[in-house]
Design a protein around this ligand. Structure first.
Ligand SMILES: [Zn+2]
Ligand SMILES: [Zn+2]
Length: 208
């Protein structure tokens, strides 16, 4: 399969690599759409991670193979893929610090090399822990793969909206209407509040 492999800072290579093989509790997803997160750009531009890796964690696709012990999932099903899922049992999880959880940090979807998301490849492998704990989300027929690929970033925004206890009738200032800011505007409105966002000019837009 083809994959975009991170080979070092600012070095991405379009390579042929083997399709991941499955353990009995794993699921293989053919990637249809993957979002490009600001954090992916950061991981590519700065020496934060040892290469080689395949990034990409805002993935939506079609199940193309299931391990022999997997129940409840079929080939051909459309799914949004969460790249990691906390254990919900450790001290970190019990205090809502999910991103500090060992399970969350160490079990991740992969297309090969050190597990790092893997969405920037044709196929991504979903570990058993993620399959069994809500990390595959069925996509309803009226939702496109493009829309489904927004589940992960929307979830990040939702966390903040809940933490800030946004409620009907409030007015919320959103400082910056980039992709995440635009999602915040929609969520804030969804929860019945009014959003104010200053116009934001990204340096890249000035070149257009
Ligand atoms: Zn992201
Ligand atoms: Zn945990």
């Amino acid at each position: 399969m083809k994959a975009q492999v991170f080979r070092g800072v600012n070095q991405l290579c379009y390579e042929d690599i083997p399709v991941p093989t499955l353990k009995p509790d794993e699921v293989l997803v053919q990637v249809q759409v993957v979002g490009l997160c600001q954090s992916d750009i950061k991981k590519i531009r700065y020496p934060l991670y040892e290469p080689p890796r395949i990034f990409g964690h805002e993935t939506a696709g079609t199940i193309s193979a299931v391990g022999s012990e997997v129940t409840g999932w079929q080939i051909g099903q459309r799914v949004a893929v969460m790249h990691h899922i906390p254990c919900m049992r450790c001290d970190y999880c019990l205090n809502d610090n999910f991103s500090m959880c060992d399970t969350y940090k160490n079990i991740c979807t992969t297309a090969g090399f050190a597990p790092s998301g893997g969405g920037f490849a044709e196929y991504v492998k979903v570990p058993g822990h993620i399959v069994q704990n809500g990390g595959l989300i069925p996509i309803p027929n009226n939702i496109s793969f493009e829309e489904a690929s927004f589940v992960e970033p929307t979830n990040c925004c939702l966390k903040a909206v809940k933490k800030a206890q946004i409620a009907p009738g409030q007015t919320v200032l959103i400082t910056g209407a980039g992709p995440i800011g635009l999602m915040f505007i929609m969520l804030v409105k969804y929860f019945g509040a009014k959003a104010i966002a200053p116009t934001y000019s990204h340096p890249a837009l000035k070149k257009l």
